[in-house]
Design a protein around this ligand. Structure first.
Ligand code: P6P
Length: 325
């Protein structure tokens, strides 16, 4: 039984990675265990419902959004290897330890609209090396390919941690003793799929290439794609991406004509980039339909982006449709 506590030092040594990175990951995953304990109890812990506050995204916060955010911030601020953090729930970055070598960015509880109806939610995290010099917002605005680690914890029927340090993807399941035990190593995403995930209620607001792409999928075997497709939409990115990691598929949240100022709904730094690193490490692909997600130069901590990610054949097909647009 390979626990995370055994896996990390072995993996770090095998790939000549700093022990401090492992220490930061231990802090993040321990905080997620504390979040898991709250999520699992729901009403019994009085953590359901609205917090009565809003965040920088203009979203009403759930109580568990705030609780998860506070747990992560408290834990990371107590780790001397953390130079700074950025959260979906915080307007700006939070400076931690001056000599901390890592920056941690996170969505503390993704999919929180699902909490009160008992559908899977998750924590998404991204880790960057802290650049030399004074910590500023620009210290965080690094391309996704610069991430040194990324992962998520899915609070689903099982509580699972999916982690990459850029040497493959590893899946752990939380046991009854509160330990993450490795249950799958190096999952690979099939290049082809017959399953897509999109919120179809936005269909009339999509750009023409996305309209065409989805219409072709819906045409099934009789259409140009020559096969039938199934659809899933959980409205929890962590759950969608985990399903795709396990059985393939393509997930998208396209740009919406309703608000041209927003290139998409999902956030680049702590949703799209960490998920893109995981998917690329598992043989998948991720883009905004014009360039690889991990190559986008960030311009703001809470920057939104159009998202197409999963099985590489589908992402390539979508990119191609946009090139001809
Ligand atoms: P919609 C959750 O709020 C989230 O950020 C992602 O986890 C999810 O994929 C998406 O938004 C759901 O958006 O518009 O379908 O509610």
């Amino acid at each position: 039984m390979n626990t995370l506590a055994n896996f990390l030092p072995q993996h770090l040594q095998q790939h000549n990675l700093p022990a401090e990175l492992g220490n930061v990951l231990e802090t993040v995953t321990a905080a997620c265990c504390a979040i898991n304990n709250k999520v699992r109890l729901g009403a019994l812990a009085g953590v359901l419902g609205m917090a009565g506050t809003g965040n920088v995204q203009g979203e009403d916060q759930k109580k568990l959004d705030v609780i998860a955010n506070d747990i992560l911030i408290e834990a990371l601020k107590n780790n001397p290897n953390v130079g700074g953090l950025a959260s979906e729930e915080e307007d700006s970055f939070v400076a931690c330890h001056e000599n901390g070598g890592y920056l941690v960015l996170f969505d503390p509880l993704d999919g929180s609209s699902n909490i009160d109806v008992n559908i899977s939610v998750g924590t998404i995290f991204s880790i960057l090396a802290k650049p030399e010099g004074t910590l500023t917002t620009e210290s965080f605005l690094q391309k996704g390919r610069n991430q040194v680690a990324a992962g998520y914890v899915l609070y689903g029927p099982q509580t699972q941690l999916v982690l990459t340090l850029k040497h493959g993807v590893f899946v752990f399941t939380l046991n009854e003793q509160g330990e993450f035990v490795e249950t799958q190593s190096q999952p690979k995403i099939a290049a082809a799929t017959q399953e897509f995930a999109v919120n179809m209620s936005n269909q009339r607001h999509w750009q023409p290439p996305v309209q065409q792409y989805i219409a072709e999928l819906l045409a099934g075997k009789e259409g140009v794609r020559g096969k039938n497709y199934n659809m899933r939409w959980v409205a929890s990115m962590v759950a969608e991406i985990h399903r795709i990691l396990m059985r393939g598929g393509v997930f998208m949240y396209p740009q919406d004509k309703r608000d041209p100022s927003k290139p998409g709904k999902l956030r680049l730094m702590y949703e799209a980039n960490p998920m893109s690193l995981i998917l690329e490490q598992a043989g998948g692909a991720a883009s905004n339909a014009h360039q690889a997600m991990l190559d986008i130069q960030p311009e703001g901590l809470h920057q939104r982006v159009a998202v197409f990610m999963g099985s590489s054949e589908e992402v390539a097909y979508i990119n191609n449709l946009h090139q001809n647009d």
